[in-house]
Write a protein that binds this ligand. Structure first.
Ligand code: TUI
Length: 310
């Protein structure tokens, strides 16, 4: 239960909450950290000062460690990095790109860096550039995804680097966590299950779509743009399919996606909005507090790890 991840990040359980743009705000982050995991603030939709305000709200709610995620496609990346360093945030996770150029600034500010990576090559590069750990994220995840599954990616990354590896993508319970441990991961990152937690402020319509989803209800859109995104099927994904079938340009397809995540998360328009979700949504069937989710996962995990083989 207590792994090198717990020691490195001063947390009770080796569970990171996946950063979800517009969704993982100070409310969810402080609840996950307070429950013994590592809450991770999403900043893909924030500017530097909004990020600073959220960091301060987290610190009002908990004195436990937390992380800030920097989505490297954000036009505000530079100012977000600056704020994270000024605020001496304990941990940064990064996504959707290579954080190499910011590593010296993070190191100088004493910020631990954990890049999310979709490949062995990138994991090796991150280790060389001074990452403290990596999150190997399989394409079962929600949102922007790589090409390799968690099952195939995690052991290959574990073999390739000497820093701790967390597994992400398709994990939502103690069985997934035990499987990740068997693949050599020291911890897990969980997004979709925390999305339906009571402390998550996402629109109830979004939660309801996750709670009702089946195993086959996600699809990746935007394959042709080089930024495939896993979402629940709806009118928007049918429109993506039509555009891609008709050979629309990458610009036209990117344009279709503009503002769609906000539409789903804030306005609750789950038909026209982008309802990002992992493939595990079919198994996420109840709303609980973040604390209950973590307790349940750890109970299942410890029971499995101590059970005799059958
Ligand atoms: O970043 C994520 N998931 C996300 S970001 C996001 S917001 C968004 N919306 C529309 C289009 C694109 C993004 C929603 N979900 N997960 C971590 C992740 N990182 N997945 C894949 C990667 C990744 C991809 C390429 C990491 C590094 C990378 O490097 C390429 C390079 O620059 O060498």
């Amino acid at each position: 239960m207590y792994t090198d991840i717990c020691k490195l990040f001063h947390i009770q359980y080796p569970i990171f909450q996946g950063a979800m743009a517009w969704i993982s705000d100070s409310s969810l982050v402080s609840a996950v950290s307070e429950a013994g995991g590592l809450g991770v603030l999403a900043t893909g939709h924030l500017d530097g000062e909004q990020c600073r305000a959220e960091i301060r709200r987290i610190r009002e709610n908990t004195d436990k460690p937390f992380a800030v995620n920097i989505m490297l496609l954000s036009p505000k990346t530079e100012e977000l990095v600056q704020v994270v360093c000024e605020e001496h945030v304990p941990v940064v996770t990064t996504g959707a790109g290579n954080p190499g150029r910011f590593m010296p600034a993070f190191r100088e500010a004493g910020v631990k860096v954990v890049p999310v990576i979709p490949s062995v090559a990138l994991a090796k590069r991150m280790e060389k550039e001074g990452a403290d750990a990596v999150i190997a994220e399989g394409c079962e995840s929600g949102g922007h995804v790589g090409k390799t599954t968690t099952m195939a990616l995690v052991p290959q990354v574990v073999d390739a680097v000497n820093i701790p590896v967390l597994a992400a993508g398709g994990i939502a319970d103690g069985r997934g966590m035990a499987a990740a441990r068997m693949l050599g991961a020291s911890g897990v990152q969980i997004g979709t299950r925390f999305l339906v937690s009571r402390e998550c402020t996402v629109h109830q319509n979004y939660k309801d779509r996750i709670l009702k989803a089946r195993d086959i209800d996600t699809v990746t859109t935007g394959q042709s743009t080089g930024h495939p995104v896993r979402v629940l099927k709806n009118a928007l994904t049918r429109e993506y399919e039509r555009l891609e079938r008709e050979g629309a340009s990458a610009e036209q397809i990117e344009e279709l996606g503009r503002g769609r995540l906000r539409m789903a998360v804030v306005d609750g328009n789950t038909d026209q909005g982008s309802v990002m979700s992992g493939q595990i949504a079919g198994m996420v069937t109840k709303e609980q507090t973040a604390g209950e989710i973590i307790e349940e996962i750890m109970k299942e995990y410890t029971e499995l790890m101590s059970a005799p083989c059958v």
